[in-house]
Design a protein around this ligand. Structure first.
Ligand code: CUA
Length: 336
């Protein structure tokens, strides 16, 4: 390889290393995004150690390589001249055997030290014990259930500074999904009939975006998720009020369910591009007919409402009839 070309390759590699390094600091670029939950932070710590070791090895190999190529280049000598024949160097051989062993041992020790805190946060890391939330991955939405029975779709509300323990699963008739909010931690599979546990504790207010990270069918890309972190007291008030509203049938659950579970594929005017438009569909006015198709699926349509409580089915039925069917004419065209 020509020295110039090699130097270019080396500077490219160094630039890439700098990019990863800077990204790791800022939580952007090519490095892991998450530093907003203690477990995400621990995953980033491991990334940074491995990055530092790799960058060191990169320099250790490429810098001497370039120097040797420059120093011992051909300089017009005949190709037939043999160089000195060197055999064995005990110290050097010991060094390049021992160094990788030590480095690997350091990495493995560090990973096993950090691992328990990545899988499961100690509720004592936050305050007020853990909040347990059930997460179900379904074609093609996320359904969350709080301890008091409140249901939410796609966007999970969570209190700041309290550990949230998430139990992730999928209905037996569904497929594999993966729950992933990058800034709050890694990907955790939603597997039919199995429970995967993880937890997070967000220190900052705001909305953390995420997505399904396992290809699960035609609307995989529409299976977005979000965690909205609220102040503790505001969250507690919301959860209590939402429970009352869902019981009384005047919450936004119907709309959430429609937008999360129905509109992604259908749309009122067919803008979901996959299922037929819902506008003008007589089944929407037939509570039992709607429940049957939603609970059991039909043809290409998955059983999106399998396992729903009546409360949720009622909320959907009410929303579709009150807010959409009455607005026939497409004033709602923009929202699904
Ligand atoms: Cu669910 Cu991809």
């Amino acid at each position: 390889m020509r020295p110039k070309l090699l130097a270019a390759a080396v500077s490219l590699a160094l630039a890439a290393a700098a990019l990863f390094g800077a990204g790791a600091r800022a939580g952007t670029g090519l490095s892991p995004a998450g530093q907003d939950s203690p477990n995400a932070e621990r995953a980033s710590d491991i990334y940074e150690l491995i990055l530092a070791v790799s960058a060191g090895i990169l320099l250790l190999v490429t810098v001497p390589l370039v120097l040797f190529i420059l120093r011992y280049r051909n300089r017009g000598r005949s190709r037939a001249i043999e160089g000195p024949q060197i055999r064995g160097n005990t110290r050097l051989e010991l060094a390049w055997t021992a160094l990788p062993v030590v480095l690997l041992a350091v990495i493995v020790t560090f990973v096993f030290y950090k691992l328990p805190g990545i899988n499961d946060l100690d509720p004592a890391e936050g305050s007020g014990g853990a909040l347990e939330v059930q997460v179900e991955g379904r074609q093609f939405y996320w359904q969350y259930t709080y301890p008091n029975g409140v249901i939410a779709i796609d966007t999970l509300r969570a209190p700041r500074g309290r550990v949230v323990e998430v139990e992730i699963t999928a209905p037996a008739s569904d497929v594999n999904h993966s729950f992933w909010i990058p800034r709050l931690g890694g990907k955790f599979d939603a597997i039919p009939g199995q429970v995967t546990r993880t937890s997070f504790e967000a220190d900052k207010l705001g909305t953390y975006k995420g997505a399904c990270a396992e290809f699960c069918g035609i609307q995989h890309a529409a299976m977005l998720a979000a965690v909205e972190v609220m102040p503790r007291d505001e969250f507690d008030r919301w959860l209590a009020a939402e429970a009352r509203a869902q019981q009384a049938g005047n919450s936004a659950l119907g709309e959430q369910t429609y937008l999360g579970a129905c509109a992604k594929c259908h749309g009122w005017q067919g803008q979901g591009l996959i299922g037929p438009p819902l506008r003008g569909n007589g089944l929407l006015r037939d509570r039992e007919g709607l429940a049957t198709i939603v609970r059991n699926g039909q043809g290409a349509m998955p059983a999106i409402g399998e396992g729903w409580r009546d409360l949720q089915m009622d909320a959907l039925f009410r929303y579709v009839n009150r807010n959409l069917a009455n607005a026939e004419g497409g004033a709602d065209g923009g929202q699904g």
